[in-house]
Ligand binder design. Structure first.
Ligand SMILES: CC(C)(COP(=O)(O)OP(=O)(O)OC[C@H]1O[C@@H](n2cnc3c(N)ncnc32)[C@H](O)[C@@H]1OP(=O)(O)O)[C@@H](O)C(=O)NCCC(=O)NCCS
Length: 159
């Protein structure tokens, strides 16, 4: 049986650079490289590895290798600063590991961490995965535009 554990990044030494490389490869084209690049993404994740509370990152580990991650942060996009102050961000599962429930497990673990942190309302934005998050209890709070791209804002009351 394939076993996947979800752990704080603090408990997965040396994984920050690997996660940063995935994130920059997948989302880098949305940003000016001067604002967000591999070095900055790695530094941010190394900072997340220094604590177990927000802002921090959870990692899905399979056979001691990271296969996915999710972050719980204070701000995801500055454009949405006025919307909320706790965000699920950077959900990512390696392509070869998708479709096995790891993404859903990471979302649930992030919501559970937010509940432990007494976050009253958790937000995310997504361009294309409204159905996925809705199936996990998130509410669609409507469409918005982020850097010329249409996204949906969603929220959940962590419990
Ligand atoms: C989105 C992502 C994290 C999903 O990870 P995953 O491990 O494949 O997800 P799961 O296996 O947990 O899927 C859970 C369920 O959601 C469904 N699902 C997955 N993507 C979906 C989507 N876009 N819309 C609706 N349902 C979706 C799956 O079919 C599965 O349904 P089931 O339980 O009925 O079989 C993954 O595809 C990914 O990393 N994509 C690239 C990065 C990305 O887009 N991140 C999200 C940013 S908002």
């Amino acid at each position: 049986m394939i076993r996947v554990d979800i752990r704080p990044l603090a408990d997965c030494p040396g994984q920050a650079a690997r996660l940063a490389a995935w994130h920059v490869e997948h989302w880098g084209h949305f940003y000016d490289p001067a604002d967000w690049n591999l070095a900055l993404a790695t530094a941010e994740l190394e900072d997340h590895a220094s604590r177990r509370g927000r802002p921090t990152t959870l990692v899905a580990m399979q056979d001691e290798a990271a296969v996915g991650s999710v972050s719980l942060v204070d701000e995801d996009a500055p454009e949405f600063r006025g919307v909320g102050d706790a965000w699920l961000a950077s959900l990512f599962v390696l392509e070869q590991a998708r479709g096995r429930g790891i993404g859903a497990a990471l979302v649930r673990a992030c919501v559970a961490l937010a509940a432990r942190e007494r976050v009253p309302r958790l937000w995310l934005f997504t361009p294309e995965h409204v159905g996925f998050y809705a199936s996990l209890g998130w509410r669609d709070q409507g469409a918005a535009t982020l850097r010329g791209r249409s996204v949906h804002l969603m929220d959940i009351i962590p419990a």
